[in-house]
Design a protein around this ligand. Structure first.
Ligand code: NAP
Length: 323
């Protein structure tokens, strides 16, 4: 008998065909509406596996599951997994590393460029029909090439950002990371620094660490004040890695030059959020890994992990806390 799995959001037909080959399944097919938590709990009672991107996988969700062996998320970040609860219920938690590294690095580099050269701001200016109203010099930004990039989190994606910066833009690479990365130092002339020193030296500060208790609000008012007034802050990690109120204040006061943010404390960003009324910020809707090329590969990888787990095998991409 095939195992039974539940998928909590729409998936491409190729991925559905793969799941159908191996499992009995049910899909929540509403793209714009999440399944209510109570209903999800009911659905999981009889499931052997599930794909649950964007849901808190915690004790409350897992308490009544009887057969569940694996939950899979279509993302590399898994801060919504309560790994202690997963361990307690003997459920594998998986994610999708590797397949999205280059894609996320592309978007982050876009944010670096927009933050430095004010691309989003100037786009608004031209689209608003204002071109010519102010002298061009009012819109000068900062060069990207041959300047200093500080990467906070030199992991899989951090490396791809370093590669673009070093070989594409001839930038000097500084990094802050829990462990030392000698290979990155060799390949990209990267120099490991303490956080404060990186913040003082970097022209562009990129956040690409996982959200954990240790990285929660890693960047707050004190850290922003250490940065150069010409510096750009790029957050491609998770919203709560920065203190959002402090970032708003720093942008208002021009403590830093600009920010470019793909992730936020509350997503979607509320329509009255103060970031929306600021000039010196580029905002994207948590889209780092999502392109027409990468989306299906991530979904397929998540499906493979779920199918492996549902059959009682160890999935390929179990998160490190549960290996
Ligand atoms: P990764 O390969 O695990 O890299 C994370 C790096 O952060 C590792 O080098 C790790 O150091 C370091 N790190 C972890 N905790 C730290 C701490 N407290 N202090 C300093 N360094 C720390 O992960 P990845 O695949 O590059 O992804 C990183 C994060 O990017 C994800 O967790 C996710 O939140 C975010 N992300 C966002 C998007 C988006 O759409 N915006 C897309 C993909 C990923 P060690 O090597 O010493 O463990």
């Amino acid at each position: 008998m095939k195992p039974y799995v539940y998928i909590a959001h729409p998936i491409p037909s190729k991925v559905e065909a793969y799941i159908a080959e191996h499992c009995e399944y049910k899909i929540w097919n509403e793209a714009n509406e999440k399944i209510p938590k109570g209903q999800l709990k009911e659905e999981l009672k009889s499931a052997d596996g599930a794909i649950l991107t964007g849901y808190d996988v915690d004790e409350a969700l897992l308490a009544d599951t009887e057969k569940l062996k694996v939950v899979s998320t279509v993302s590399v970040g898994y801060n919504r997994y309560d790994t202690a609860a997963l361990k307690k219920h003997n459920v594998y938690g998986t994610h999708t590393p590797h397949v999205l590294d280059e894609t996320v690095a592309d978007l982050i580099f876009g944010l670096v460029l927009s933050g430095g050269r004010r691309i989003a701001e100037l786009h608004e200016y031209v689209k608003g029909g204002h071109w010519g109203e102010e002298p061009d010099s009012a819109f000068y930004g900062y060069d990207i090439h041959q300047r200093t990039l500080g990467i906070i989190g030199m992991g899989r994606i951090g490396e791809k950002i370093a590669k673009r910066a070093r070989f594409g833009f001839d930038m000097a690479i500084r990094y802050y990371n829990r462990s030392r990365k000698p290979e990155m130092e060799e390949k990209y002339d990267a120099v490991r620094l303490e956080l404060d020193e990186l913040l003082k030296q970097a022209d562009f500060v990129v956040l690409i660490v996982p959200l954990t208790d240790d990285t929660y609000q890693l960047i707050g008012q004190r850290e922003l004040e250490l940065m150069k007034s010409s510096a750009v802050l790029i957050n491609g990690a998770r919203g709560p890695v920065v203190d959002e109120d402090a970032v708003v204040q720093a942008l208002k006061n021009e403590t830093i030059f600009s920010a470019a943010l793909d992730v936020f404390e509350k997503e979607p960003l509320p329509s009255d959020h103060p970031l929306l009324s600021l000039r010196n910020v580029t905002l994207t809707p948590h889209i780092g890994s999502a392109t027409r090329n990468t989306d299906e590969s991530m979904m397929m990888r998540a499906a493979e992990n779920m199918v492996q787990g549902a059959y009682g095998k160890t999935p390929k991409d179990v998160v490190k806390e549960l290996r």
